[in-house]
Ligand binder design. Structure first.
Ligand code: GLU
Length: 368
C-alpha cells in the first residue's frame, strides 16, 4: 500500500565540521528517497541547511547574529542547497520541487488549504517536494523556529503515515549519551507522558548551525503523533535504515501515533494557529467543554487576556491558568470583556446587537 512519508534532515547531518556539504550522506539520502518513490510511496523531504550552506558559501565561520544577517545567508544558501539536490535527484531521473513555508501560510485557513492542494498535486505528478522554512521573509514571531516543528506540521498537513527525524544519534536516550555513558536507548514511546515518567533529559539546543536538539524533536513527535503520524528518530548516517524501519526492523526510537485530534481542521486549530489571547474559565465551563463535549458560553468566562478579533485562535485555561483547550473565538476581546460571566440571553442587551450563541463552538474547539 502506498504510504505518505515525511523525512526531515538537519544542518548538522547535511554538513561536515568545516561547513562543506556531507555529499555522501546526501547522496545516500537521495537514493533512498528515489527508491521509496519508485515503490509508489509519496515522499516529502524537509531539509535544513540554507543558513549553514549560505555561511559556508561566503566564508562565515559562524551564523550571523542579526535577523537580517540570518535572512541574507539563508537566501544565499537555499538556492545552492536546491542546486545540489536537483543535481543528485536528476542522476536518478527524479523531479523535485521547492516549497518554502512560513508559519503564516499554515495559520490562515485558505493558505493552509492552498499549501495542502499543492502537495497533493505534486504527489499526483510523482514529484518529491523539498520543504524548508522561508527564512528570508519569516518574521520572528511568525516562525516555526526549527525544522523539526516544521516537519511535524507538514506531516500533519499531508496526513502522512510516517515522519522520520534524521539526526546525529541512533535513538533518543534516557540522557545525553555524550555526557552520560550509562544512558540507555529508548525504543518505543507509546504515550508522550512516558518520557516524563522515564525522566528523559532532552538537553537544550542542538549544534551551532541548526536550531534543533532533542527537545524540538520531542515537541515535533508530540504534534505529529497527535495527528496520527508514526514518528521515528533515527540516525542520519544510514538513510537506508528508513526502508528497513518501514519493513519492520526495530531501529531508532518510535513514537506511536494516537490521533487524539480527529479532523484535519481540528489539527490545524490545535497546532497550526498562534493563539492571540487567553480565556480563563470557571470550573463549570471546564467540565462542560472537557467532559461533556459542550461549546464555551460567555457565562463560564471569568477573565479575558489579549487583544483579538473574531475567528482568532485563543487558549482556554482553568482559573489557575492551566491550558485545557484551544479554539476559534466568535467574539473580539473587547466584546468579551463586556459579556464575560453573562448569560447568553442578556448578551444582546449589553452589546446592543445579536451576537453568536457560543463564544467558542465545539466544532472549533480542541482539547489540549
Ligand atoms: N531553516 C533553517 C535552515 O535551512 C534551519 C532551521 C533548523 O535548523 O531547524 O538553515
Amino acid at each position: 500500500m502506498p504510504l505518505t512519508i515525511v523525512i526531515k534532515i538537519g544542518t548538522s547531518s547535511l554538513t561536515q565540521d568545516n561547513g562543506n556539504l556531507a555529499i555522501a550522506t546526501i547522496a545516500t539520502l537521495v537514493e533512498t528517497l528515489c527508491h521509496l518513490r519508485r515503490q509508489g510511496h509519496r515522499v516529502v523531504l524537509v531539509s535544513s541547511g540554507a543558513v549553514g550552506v549560505g555561511c559556508a558559501r561566503i566564508g562565515l565561520q559562524e551564523k550571523p547574529k542579526t535577523i537580517a544577517g540570518k535572512q541574507a545567508v539563508a537566501a544565499i544558501g537555499q538556492g545552492r542547497l536546491m542546486r545540489v539536490y536537483d543535481d543528485l535527484f536528476t542522476t536518478q531521473e527524479q523531479a523535485i520541487a521547492q516549497i518554502l513555508l512560513t508559519r503564516t501560510d499554515l495559520v490562515q485557513r485558505r493558505r493552509y488549504l492552498n499549501a495542502s492542494n499543492t502537495f497533493q498535486e505534486l504527489f499526483r505528478l510523482g514529484v518529491i517536494p523539498i520543504v524548508n522554512e522561508n527564512d528570508t521573509v519569516a518574521v520572528e514571531e511568525l516562525k516555526f523556529g526549527d525544522n523539526d516543528t516544521l516537519s511535524a506540521m507538514v506531516a500533519s498537513l499531508v496526513e502522512a503515515d510516517w515522519l522520520f527525524l534524521l539526526t546525529d544519534v541512533e535513538h533518543l536516550y534516557s540522557a545525553d549519551p555524550r555526557s552520560h555513558p550509562d544512558a540507555t536507548p529508548i525504543h518505543l514511546v507509546e504515550r508522550m507522558e512516558e518520557l516524563a515518567e522515564l525522566q528523559v533529559e532532552t538537553g537544550g539546543a542542538g549544534t551551532g548551525w541548526g536550531t534543533g536538539g532533542m527537545e524540538t524533536k520531542i515537541h515535533a513527535a508530540r504534534i505529529a503523533t497527535s495527528a496520527g503520524v508514526r514518528t521515528v528518530i533515527t540516525s542520519s548516517t544510514a538513510p537506508a535504515n528508513i526502508e528497513k524501519i518501514l519493513a519492520g526492523e526495530p531501529l531508532g526510537t518510535h513514537f506511536a501515533p494516537h490521533k487524539s485530534v480527529s479532523s484535519a481542521r481540528k489539527r490545524w486549530i490545535a497546532h497550526g494557529l498562534i493563539p492571540a489571547g487567553k480565556l480563563y474559565l470557571d470550573s463549570g465551563a471546564v467540565t462542560a467543554i472537557c467532559d461533556k463535549n459542550k461549546s464555551l458560553l460567555a457565562a463560564g468566562i471569568t477573565a479575558v487576556d489579549g487583544d483579538f478579533h473574531h475567528d482568532d485562535a485563543v487558549v482556554l485555561c482553568d482559573r489557575e491558568g492551566r491550558e485545557v483547550a484551544r479554539g476559534l473565538v466568535n467574539y473580539t476581546s473587547t466584546e468579551l470583556q463586556k459579556i464575560r460571566g453573562i448569560k447568553s440571553a442578556d448578551i444582546p442587551t449589553i452589546l446592543g446587537y445579536e451576537g453568536a450563541e457560543t463564544v467558542v463552538h465545539r466544532d472549533n474547539l480542541v482539547l489540549s
